[in-house]
Structures are given as structure tokens and as C-alpha cells.
Design a protein around this ligand. Structure first.
Ligand SMILES: [Cu+2]
Length: 266
């Protein structure tokens, strides 16, 4: 073997192998599909989620919408990668009756495994850390807000919700959940029969209503608008109809409503 031949057989560098790998037709088509799907998910998260989600009337609801958007963006590349391989396999599927010959055997690609693991870990960790920060911020805010909040008692009863306003307002009861703007509210929740789940959708909180134990949750309406109240726990035949409405109102409108209910303003 001449010296010249030995020189020709020098192994390609990892960079050369990688660019050759990317130029393969199956690889470049998979990468292109991955980018396409990732872009679609990112656009859905940024432009459609905020429209699809109910209007955020409290910081809790806004933070829920924000979490949906950010978690979707974080998971978009992984989902895009998996769907791109599925699309490539579907488009290049075998046609005809004769089974294809076996392809060459392959072993694990260490660089590929490492890249995928590191990327997925970074994305997951980002989601975990962001989620914890968001949760902690919400918990701190509710402790702060609870100090001068209005306490509304909520009773779940097959299949209606009843709201009891504070003694200082006359302690009247209503089946409509009206709340004044910019006033924190603590819901003191209980059930008269089976387990229900109190869910004022646009306020972004959802808490179990139990038969023998009270649960509480704090929120602060910061925007005017309508509230849909639903039950989020299968509670019997008419569970789906266990819903009512209400609104976040200006303090003036709220006070007028309190008087029509036989209550008085503090
Ligand atoms: Cu229910």
C-alpha cells in the first residue's frame, strides 16, 4: 500500500459527517417537516390560544393563559420532530404487494441520542422552573389579597350553586355571582350533598366543593366582564346543567345590585 493511498483513507471529521448527514434527502425532508410543524404550533399558541381561551378577568386566569401559551411553545419542537418523522414515513410508505427487502442494520447514533436528550431536558426544565415561579407568584398574591377580601360563601347542591354574601352586606343569598371590580374575594366553598367542583371560568380558579370540609380560594377581579360558573366534578344526572352566570361590575353597579337583592352596602 503506497503512502498516497493511506492519505486518501483518512476518516471524515464529525463536522463533515454531520453536513453529509444533513444533505441526505430523507434527513433534509424530515428537518423541513419538523420546522413546519414547530412553526404551526408556535403560531397556534401565540395567536389562537389567547382568542380561544375565556377572557381573563383576574391575574389567575391571565397566568393560566400565559402558561398554556408558553408550555405549548416549549413542547412544539419535540412534537414537531415526532410528527415530522411520522409524516416522512407516511409519504415514503411501501406501495404494492411485494414486501421490500430489508434495509441495512443500524446502531444507536450517540450524537443523535445525546442531542435529543439534552434538548428535551433543557425544554422540560424550563417548563418546570417557569411553572414553579408562576405558581409561587400566584400563591403569594392570594395571601396578600386575602387580608382585605370580601368573603362569599359558596354552596354546591345538586344541581345549583348558591352564593351567600357577607353579613356586613345583609347576608343575602343569590344564584348569580356578581362581584365588584378590584376587590379581592375569598370563596368559602362547601357542598350540601355530593362532591362538586366550583369553577368560575373567567376568574381562573377551580376548587372542590366537599360535603364535610370547607375549601377556600382567593382571587381578585381586575377587569369588567361576564362570568360563567360551572361544576367541574361529575355529580349526578344534571351535572352538565349545574351552571350559572354573573359579572364583574363597577363598585356603583355592584352596590345597586346588592340593594335590589335586599342587602345593604357597607
Ligand atoms: Cu357537577
Amino acid at each position: 500500500m503506497s503512502e498516497h493511498e493511506q492519505f486518501d483513507k483518512v476518516e471524515p471529521t464529525p463536522g463533515e459527517r454531520f453536513s453529509k448527514f444533513l444533505k441526505r434527502k430523507d434527513v433534509s425532508s424530515t428537518v423541513a417537516w419538523a420546522f413546519f410543524y414547530t412553526l404551526v404550533f408556535v403560531l397556534v399558541a401565540l395567536y389562537l390560544y389567547p382568542r380561544w381561551m375565556p377572557k381573563g378577568l383576574s391575574n389567575e386566569m391571565r397566568s393560566t393563559t400565559r402558561l398554556m401559551v408558553i408550555f405549548t411553545i416549549i413542547s412544539a419542537p419535540v412534537c414537531g420532530f415526532v410528527l415530522s418523522m411520522a409524516t416522512h414515513s407516511f409519504l415514503r410508505r411501501h406501495k404494492g404487494d411485494t414486501p421490500p427487502a430489508d434495509g441495512p442494520g443500524f446502531s444507536a447514533n450517540r450524537l443523535g441520542v445525546a442531542t435529543f436528550s439534552v434538548m428535551a431536558s433543557i425544554l422540560t426544565l424550563t417548563a418546570v422552573i417557569y411553572g414553579l415561579v408562576e405558581m409561587n407568584t400566584a400563591a403569594e398574591a392570594s395571601v396578600r389579597e386575602a387580608k382585605d377580601a370580601m368573603v362569599v360563601k359558596v354552596v354546591g347542591n345538586q344541581w345549583v350553586w348558591t352564593f351567600e354574601y357577607p353579613e356586613s352586606m345583609g347576608g343575602f343569598k343569590s344564584e348569580v355571582l356578581n362581584l365588584p371590580l378590584n376587590k379581592a374575594v375569598v370563596f368559602d366553598i362547601v357542598s350540601a350533598d355530593v362532591n362538586h367542583s366550583f369553577w368560575p371560568v373567567q376568574l381562573g380558579v377551580k376548587v372542590d366543593a366537599n360535603r364535610l370540609a370547607h375549601t377556600t380560594v382567593t382571587t381578585k377581579p381586575i377587569k369588567l366582564g361576564e362570568i360563567d360558573v360551572k361544576c367541574a366534578e361529575l355529580c349526578g344526572l344534571y351535572h352538565a346543567y349545574m351552571e350559572t352566570t354573573g359579572a364583574v361590575m363597577t363598585t356603583d353597579d355592584f352596590n345597586k345590585w346588592v340593594i335590589t337583592q335586599g342587602g345593604h352596602t357597607a
